[in-house]
Design a protein around this ligand. Structure first.
Ligand SMILES: [Fe+2]
Length: 309
């Protein structure tokens, strides 16, 4: 590391350490949920029929905001059988202009309605200058970005007792303005806000493939003691670039990363995020079971699942 960069890191660390705003998430008090699936409508009958093989569900919060009663009944039906974890897409925690108050209030209402053990959002922004970007855009790994994220997170956390965990995203390229590597940035961000991490293993692997770097080195830089939940899935290669398409079986390299993390981090749950090119449901259940076995090997969650008939 260049001398200037080292000084910057120390500077950032100093500011952050002296200005801790959030009470730290108590991971040991969170339930060990096991291994589940990101709920998608095509899975509706399969998840109910196979609920003894799915430990919990993650629901996309945005699909249940401002919706007819029938959609909320779906939520209640799922909640009758599974622990549900709300996963937000559009809170835009990295927006310098602050949170959209209407969207923020809807998310707060939904999290209160579900009353989950934790909920999650991304280290990203999705709105700039009042314009919805339609995708998760990366923030620079900088002191200023930590300040912005921390302010927005504090605002929403003041309204909720439910712990928030933050997900690492994929990015096509890095923006100018990085002062830290991603691991140090996430360490400072979680320290400052008290949040846990939703470590998306596929996102980490995808970034390593597309931008260089050993995924294990990247994991070593992360605050693994803050990891509450994992995401995993497979993407596809296109013209030498790994696309985060959620469309393929989990690759061997991601299984290896999962084994590495489960051995070291206090993970309470893992979610398979399959969205595209949906295979027979049985093969998804096989992937859940493989992850369940890995977690069991490292003592992260017990057997059996509690959602049986
Ligand atoms: Fe993810």
């Amino acid at each position: 590391m260049a001398e200037g960069a080292a000084a910057d890191v120390e500077d950032v660390a100093g500011v952050v350490d002296e200005d801790c705003e959030g009470s730290a998430i108590m991971i040991s008090t969170l339930p060990a949920l096991g291994v589940g699936l990101g709920f998608r409508e095509p899975f509706r009958s399969d998840v109910l029929f196979h609920r003894d093989r799915i430990d919990f569900l993650e629901i996309t919060a945005d699909h249940y905001l401002d919706v007819p009663d029938g959609k909320l009944q779906e939520l209640e039906m799922l909640a009758d059988h599974f622990t549900l974890i709300p996963h937000g897409l559009s809170l835009s925690l990295g927006s310098a202009e602050g949170l959209d108050q209407g969207y923020r209030n809807q998310i707060v209402d939904l999290v209160r309605r579900i009353d989950p053990p934790w909920w999650s959002e991304h280290v990203a922004f999705t709105r700039a200058g009042g314009i919805e970007l339609g995708h998760l855009a990366p923030v620079p790994f900088s002191r200023e970005a930590i300040d912005i994220l921390a302010a927005n997170i504090a605002e929403v956390q003041e309204l909720l007792d439910t712990p928030l965990i933050l997900e690492n995203i994929t990015y096509d390229f890095r923006l100018p303005g990085d002062e830290l590597d991603e691991g140090a940035f996430l360490a400072k961000l979680t320290e400052r806000t008290g949040c846990g991490l939703l470590l998306d293993l596929t996102n980490l692997y995808t970034n390593a493939m597309n931008h260089g770097g050993d995924p294990i080195d990247l994991l070593d830089q992360l605050p693994l003691d803050r990891v509450v939940q994992l995401h995993f899935v497979g993407g596809h290669w296109e013209q030498g670039v790994l696309i985060d398409s959620h469309s393929q079986p989990v690759p061997a390299q991601v299984w290896e990363l999962m084994d590495f993390v489960l051995a070291r981090a206090p993970v309470r749950g893992a979610i398979l995020e399959r969205d595209e090119n949906l295979p027979p449901f049985e093969s998804l259940l096989d992937e859940l079971e493989r992850a369940r076995q890995l977690g069991r090997k490292h003592g992260r969650w017990p057997l059996p699942t509690s959602n049986g008939p």
